[in-house]
Design a protein around this ligand. Structure first.
Ligand code: 2RA
Length: 339
């Protein structure tokens, strides 16, 4: 009697993670439909011990579907998301297509679940909920517990983003380039048009008029929407680094009221979906490798910002799995809240 579920973009890195997370969390689906482009239709995928055939995504794919998880790019979401909603499906969209639309909930369940509490499967009417960008999710999972205790006036974020954010092909190219460079061969540069292995570069999203790139502006705008706080000051610098699947973020915070580092650490220890890794004696702090394939976001390097007055500033360092909590897990957690 559970919901009928469809996964759109099932052959991509996030699509594959949707299936893993749905299975690991025993999501109570009544039926499962795997959807992808014409190019991928016909492929066989084993899911929960059953061999399933990937179907081509069409306008008729959503008849009788209660929940559809989308991760197939913004144009597919724009074309098929509203069609699915019109047929009574609730869409959880991992693309950026609708995130900033008025009236569309942009949700991290641990942070702002109330933004979606009017959408339920048994309401028997469609809806769309947007999954925030991965770097936003990872950042706000760590900062929100602090923000709830003492409002953040200003946040400065420097991200170190994994290859997975650019898709499975980018992960494959990073591995290929690393081998080529070590073998003294010229690196194959199809995805980023430059060497990625043993290098890092400004995020590959488009540059805006103000000199920020799209990824940085997502952090600014999505934070304000998720916190429902249009006045919070945010700036970001997003960098692509040669790491496979977990993002790292250095975050500087200015609070309205004093918040000391011990209180901050205590708030983080109590926060859902967060683990504190902050061992100065052992010089042990979060790393992308250690959060990879894990649900929790890891936070460390919690310290008073010595450049700010009155104990109103903190620096922290955060790592989170981009494919998991940064995309697939967050979307499945949203779907769980629809039941
Ligand atoms: C990135 N945030 O890491 C994007 C993925 N959606 O490039």
């Amino acid at each position: 009697h559970g919901p009928s579920v469809a996964v759109v973009g099932v052959t991509g890195a996030v699509g594959q993670e949707f299936l893993s997370v749905l299975s690991e969390r025993n999501f109570p689906y009544r039926s499962m439909k795997l959807l992808a482009s014409k190019r991928s239709a016909g492929k066989h995928i084993t899911f929960e011990g059953e061999e399933m055939v990937v179907e081509e995504l069409t306008e008729n794919s959503f008849h009788g579907i209660d929940i559809a998880l989308f991760s197939a790019g913004g144009s597919i979401s724009k074309k098929f998301g509203p069609l699915a909603v019109d047929q009574g499906t609730i869409v959880v969209d991992n693309s950026s297509a609708f995130r900033m639309d008025e009236g569309i909930p942009l949700v991290i369940p641990e942070v702002n679940l109330n933004a979606m509490d009017h959408i339920k499967v048994n309401n028997k009417k469609g809806g769309l909920i947007a999954n925030p960008n991965c770097s936003t999710i990872i950042c706000l999972m760590a900062v929100t517990p602090l923000h709830r205790h003492s409002r953040v006036k200003r946040m400065v974020v420097s991200t170190y983003q994994a290859a997975s954010g650019a898709g499975a092909a980018a992960m494959a190219e990073l591995e290929q380039q690393t081998r080529e460079v070590l073998d003294g061969k010229p690196p194959t540069c199809n995805i980023f048009k430059r060497q990625y292995a043993f290098n890092l570069f400004s995020h590959n999203s488009s540059l805006m008029e103000n000199g920020y790139n799209e990824e940085e502006m997502k952090l600014v705008k999505e934070t304000r929407k998720i916190w429902n706080d249009p006045a919070v000051k945010v700036t970001a610098t997003c960098i692509r680094v040669p790491v496979m699947r977990a993002h790292a973020e250095s975050i500087n915070l200015e609070f309205e009221e004093p918040l000391d580092e011990d209180s901050a650490r205590e708030l983080l220890r109590k926060a859902a979906g967060v683990v504190v890794v902050d061992d100065r004696q052992a010089n042990n702090f979060p790393t992308p490798l250690e959060v990879s394939n894990r649900d929790d976001v890891a936070v460390g390097r919690v310290r008073r910002d010595i450049s700010q007055e009155g104990n109103k500033g903190l620096d922290i360092f955060v790592c989170g799995d981009q494919i998991r909590k940064g995309a697939a897990l967050n979307a499945v957690q949203i779907a769980e809240k629809l039941l």
